[in-house]
Ligand binder design. Sequence first.
Ligand SMILES: NC(=O)c1ccc[n+]([C@@H]2O[C@H](COP(=O)([O-])OP(=O)(O)OC[C@H]3O[C@@H](n4cnc5c(N)ncnc54)[C@H](OP(=O)(O)O)[C@@H]3O)[C@@H](O)[C@H]2O)c1
Length: 246
Amino acid sequence: MPKLAVVSGGGTGIGRAIAEELAAEHEVVLLGRRAEVLRRTAEELSGEHRLVRAVVADLCEPDEVRRAADEITAGDRTVDVLVNNAGGNFAPQPAEDLSTLREQYLRNLGGNVLPVVLLTQALLPALRRPGGRIVTVTSIAAFRGNASYGAAKAALHPWSTELAARLAGAGITVNVVAPGYVGGTEFYRDRMTPEFHRQRSAQAPVGRGGTVADVAGLVGYLAGATAGFVTGQIIQINGGALMGRG
Ligand SMILES: NC(=O)c1ccc[n+]([C@@H]2O[C@H](COP(=O)([O-])OP(=O)(O)OC[C@H]3O[C@@H](n4cnc5c(N)ncnc54)[C@H](OP(=O)(O)O)[C@@H]3O)[C@@H](O)[C@H]2O)c1
């Protein structure tokens, strides 16, 4: 039986690259809301020695998370790697109006925290002990950036470190990867222009924006056999954008 990796938001962008990275050594399950997007990605990433399959679920909805977890673990299947990557900035422009501002915070908190907390809770009994890996994708915004989105991502940091402490004895590592700007995904939607890309890329002292492969490489390391002594960490990957140019 091949090892099993689950990647939420695996149909597009960073999640897709993580799925591709993990597919070399794992059977991979992609999770997302859009069936056609997932189906296409699963088909493209599958190959002679690679099995990638799609499970459709809105991970903010407990019943859908339960159904997806049951489908993934059918036949008492063990999960080796869980990558919590699904999320996004669902309110990039802060509103002046109080009701709208409230709605924006709730949307970003719900849209970023619930998929991680619910999916992890549902799959936890099936995680490999010892040797399981949980990696959660947050953002540089948890340290600096759009407040309602950053607040939501920051909420996942104490969640992850608490879980790491709880699961260390079981031999499961729990880490966070917090990327800076990464182009080539659906994240920025209609805000993405060549000028926006140039500006964001210029924020990093290394002189470029991140790529989905940069993030996937780091997640691949944390998911791998040699990372067993790394747990409870929040690892930033941003080309030095947070430290700035000095
Ligand atoms: N791009 C960046 O600059 C950047 C920087 C730092 C952190 N991040 C984080 O990296 C992660 C991946 O983002 P990305 O840039 O690759 O953008 P993306 O292409 O928009 O990927 C987000 C994925 O999450 C899925 N998703 C969102 N909500 C979901 C839900 N409720 N249930 C199931 N799936 C859901 C989406 O699929 P469906 O819409 O089909 O559900 C989509 O595949 C996100 O957590 C994002 O916050 C991105």
